[in-house]
Write a protein that binds this ligand. Structure first.
Ligand code: NAI
Length: 509
């Protein structure tokens, strides 16, 4: 199969499986001017998929967003077929059937006896190794992963995955064809969860860990990730949207597939939600209640006490002083032994900071100065803190900001979650799952992250990120927080997180 064959406008594309993914793939292929032959073993499934696509097109015509002639052209390009044999003339067949290895192997073996020797066979699997599907076929060199995201017409990302025997021109051809279908392809290694499902784990599992530790509530965690770090949704809102019954198996699969790497570990809270049927929006209750009239718990700390008139600084921090100045908070030159003591811990909880510098823990309040502090500020208190001091500081910050008040936690909420996301992005680069540019693009496009994980690492600062991870690992004794070696090396050398291992090699994202 030569690269140009997949780019030939006369290429016939077969799609097997006309469910959610198969119909989306058929739609984007037909929209790119390709004729698509769709097969499903379930009676009526293909017709239902075609009707669904055309109903969406009709809506766009009514809204004036699609010429009627284009809708007709799309209809003529979407061709239901009743047997697998009818896929014989296809130059590419994309499989989107049930997620079972034996079913996929059986289908591909059957297709080998039907299609021509050069036809490319692609799988849309999210979790089965492409190499396992290709193993045992007569021509494994033409098998690859072509992993679209749901809903396909809206999600631009496609992961293109070679198996051990896949020919280079097959991968290049699929990358080029994906661009014709107005997708953004990234090349990924044939590893568990590929890029997006692997890299997306820590955002939710660290959120769950923070909640399970009693540091903060789901509403507080979501608010911080939205307001301070620019995520469109917080981890709990995201889990409720996806459904816990979808999210948990992916998490367990990846944890198992990585030989229980603690970085990929989740919490019993995750399983408990599924066990108790709190699956998210689909069951009316997940981390939040979606029944009519249900109120969302507030993420904001409120207090009726009067605001602290002045504070002292327990440990100097330029960012903290700048924030206090901007908010007009008076800072005493020297601690008078009575005012609140503020500090801006990085990767440390308040207890560790107090014991390190000998500060009075009853008066100490941690302020997270990382991320965007223009709307919301996260404050943190050690155990044994004076409630009057705490309330007066909350009241003072409340004058100009929403305040999230959390229990003692190394890295508050935002530092912890972002550091976990960014550190795993570094590890993905170290494991050569893809090159740095592709890792960032995949996570932005596949998960709507405001930045890719390596871009996030650079935004936090590589040395600072390394310090955060190292400190959290030290305080918790948990290797979940061990810094990636990719990160350590770049921190030691003062390099960008995106600095490639071999700068002379071309970035072929
Ligand atoms: P689905 O259940 O909506 O559709 C699967 C379709 O395949 C059904 O219509 C079924 O009748 C048909 N089918 C099953 N076995 C068949 C066979 N042997 N021959 C012909 N047709 C067969 O499933 P969905 O969600 O579309 O997923 C399909 C594939 O895409 C799976 O491998 C899944 O892991 C993967 N995927 C799913 C995503 C999602 O969010 N739903 C995202 C990315 C990948």
């Amino acid at each position: 199969m030569r690269r140009n064959d997949l780019l030939d406008s006369g290429l016939l594309i077969g799609v097997v499986g006309a469910g959610a993914m198969g119909s989306g793939i058929s739609q984007v292929a037909a929209a790119a001017g390709r004729k698509v032959l769709i097969y499903d073993q379930r009676e009526g499934a293909v017709e239902a998929a075609r009707d669904g696509i055309l109903a969406r097109m009709d809506k766009r015509v009514r809204e004036g967003r699609l010429p009627a002639a284009e809708r007709e052209a799309m209809a003529s390009r979407l061709c239901p077929v009743a047997t697998l044999e009818e896929l014989a003339p296809c130059g590419l067949v994309v499989e989107a059937i049930v997620e079972e290895l034996d079913a996929k192997r059986g289908l591909f073996a059957g297709l080998e006896g039907i299609v021509s020797a050069d036809t490319v066979l692609a799988s849309n699997t999210s979790s089965i190794p492409i190499g396992a599907i290709a193993a045992g076929l007569n021509r494994p060199d033409r098998v690859a992963g072509l992993h679209f995201f749901n809903p396909v017409p809206l999600m631009k990302l496609v992961e293109v995955i070679p198996a051990p025997d896949t020919a280079a021109e097959v991968i290049e051809g699929l990358m080029a064809l994906s661009r014709v279908m107005e997708r953004e392809p990234v090349r990924a290694r044939d590893t568990p969860g590929f890029l997006v499902n692997f890299g997306g784990r820590p955002f939710v599992t660290e959120g769950l860990t923070i909640a399970q530790e009693g540091v903060a509530s789901p509403a507080q965690i979501d608010a911080v990730m939205r307001d301070c770090w620019g995520f469109r949704m917080g981890p709990f809102e995201l889990m409720d949207l996806t459904g816990m019954d979808v999210n948990l198996p992916v998490t367990e699969f990846i944890h198992h597939a990585t030989f229980s790497d603690p970085r990929m570990r989740s919490t019993y809270l995750h399983r408990y939600k599924v066990a108790t049927g709190q699956l998210g929006r689909k069951t009316g209750r997940g981390h939040y209640d979606y029944h009519d009239g249900a109120e969302r718990p507030s993420p904001d700390a409120e207090t009726r006490r009067s605001a602290a008139p002045a504070v002292a600084i327990a440990e100097p921090s330029d960012a903290l002083l700048a924030l206090l100045k901007e908010m007009g908070i008076e800072v005493l030159e020297t601690d008078d032994g009575a005012v609140p003591l503020l500090a801006a811990p990085i990767g440390e909880d308040c207890s560790t900071l107090c014991s390190r510098i000998g500060a009075d823990h009853r008066r100490l309040i941690g302020v997270d100065v990382t991320g965007d502090t223009t709307q919301r500020v996260t404050l943190m208190v050690p155990p044994g803190g004076d409630p009057a001091i705490r309330e007066s500081v909350v009241a003072r910050f409340n004058v100009a900001r929403n305040v999230t008040l959390v229990g003692d936690s190394p890295g508050f909420i935002g530092q912890r979650i972002c550091a976990m996301v960014a550190n795993l992005g570094c590890e993905m680069a170290q494991l050569e799952l893809a090159n740095p540019g592709a890792i960032d693009a995949a996570m932005r496009l596949g998960l709507n992250y405001p930045r890719g994980p390596l871009e996030l690492a650079d935004a936090i600062g590589v040395e600072r990120l390394h310090e955060i991870m190292r400190r959290i690992q030290e305080q918790t004794g948990d290797d979940r927080y061990r810094p990636s070696q990719w990160l350590r090396r770049r921190a030691q050398l003062g390099l960008s997180a995106r600095a490639p291992a071999f700068p002379d090699l071309e970035d072929d994202a």
